[in-house]
Design a protein around this ligand. Sequence first.
Ligand SMILES: Cc1cc2nc3c(=O)[nH]c(=O)nc-3n(C[C@H](O)[C@H](O)[C@H](O)COP(=O)(O)OP(=O)(O)OC[C@H]3O[C@@H](n4cnc5c(N)ncnc54)[C@H](O)[C@@H]3O)c2cc1C
Length: 385
Amino acid sequence: MMFDPTRDAGLARLVAYTPKMGRHYAGNRNYDRPGHDDVSRLSPYLRHRMVSEDEVLRACLAAHAPSTAEKFIQEVYWRTYWKGWLEHRPSVWTQYRTGLDQALNDVQTQSGLRRAWGDACAGATGIDCFDHWARELVETGYLHNHARMWFASIWIFTLRLPWELGADFFLRHLLDGDPASNTLGWRWVGGLQTVGKTYLARPDNIAKYTDGRFRPRDLAAFAAPLDGYPNPDRTALPTSSPLPKGNVGLLVTEDDLTPDWITDQISVDGVALYDGTAHRSPLHLGERLTSFMTGAFDDTAKRLGGATRLADVAAVKDWAAGFDAVVMSYPPVGGTADALASIETHKLIRPYDAKAWQYATAGFFKFKDKIPKLLRAYDNQLSLI
Ligand SMILES: Cc1cc2nc3c(=O)[nH]c(=O)nc-3n(C[C@H](O)[C@H](O)[C@H](O)COP(=O)(O)OP(=O)(O)OC[C@H]3O[C@@H](n4cnc5c(N)ncnc54)[C@H](O)[C@@H]3O)c2cc1C
């Protein structure tokens, strides 16, 4: 299974999958089947906004009634919800990174942990489904949602490895590796996100949804919630900066590789690309991921008609100094936002995010009630960007 790192490839996948967004998705989305044709596999494109949620929702609603495509639409909004939830509580990302540093220190000093972690990442645990998914992740940069849930559950409750090491393994290899969906997905499995509620991988569930390819034995039979910090109080959401004046540079990062919605509002005097993917992990990233991102940035440069490539944060600072102001798409909570924190920029939030994030205050079910209201913007196919 290959992911061509271009916007055109993402749009082609969107066109090809649109007929399946209704009943087909609802009936088949939980099956982890070779090739993964039953799900959209749009996430690497959505994660980097090579294709936007807005484009996906418009295509979906042009082909299906909202009621028929309800499940698919809800899944698209899960990404939005997780991002909004983390924007309300950015310290959860910082806690994850602190916990990861601690776990990586423990790996250095505890040889048993180091061996178990190495075996899990190499797909050498002896649990056939888990080993299959570990290798699939490294080889393709993708895992089905159900496989991510089973994998995280086995990692935490059967192998009893620190969850932060598993989340980091995902972020080093997933082409869609996302600070919000990943951190909060792992926390959800471990019982930290929805307090007291864990996800237990069950052999009969794995057998059913892998069409009998796997029926693991000796998985943990109980999943006691992990100890952790309580969810922090909400902080204020970020707001969009005003449009800058004067000589303006546009900075593009991997968080938004289609910045046309910014250049539609303001003319810029220079464009630069900064690939902050390496900030996803303190360790080296997998080859599939780095080559996908190199291709995605090449494609972006081509689409923008050329751009300066900036190798590191110092280069971003030097480049920014040549303008009166720098404008960029708001970088959501995560490694790139952390890395660029000391550089003054005008950060514009996509209207799609601004409209939805305000509702990501508590659980998804409360957020879900707002989806019909958010979808009303599409009644006359108005773009939210
Ligand atoms: C432990 C764990 C870690 C995860 N880590 C990531 C991650 O790093 N990056 C990431 O993008 N997703 C992550 N997910 C969510 C989900 O697994 C993927 O978004 C989905 O599998 C992508 O495949 P798809 O595009 O074929 O999805 P489809 O089923 O076709 O869904 C369509 C779109 O809806 C969104 N979506 C679907 N399910 C979810 C979900 N559960 N949470 C958030 N958005 C969803 C995605 O944008 C996806 O492209 C994680 C889930 C778990 C349980």
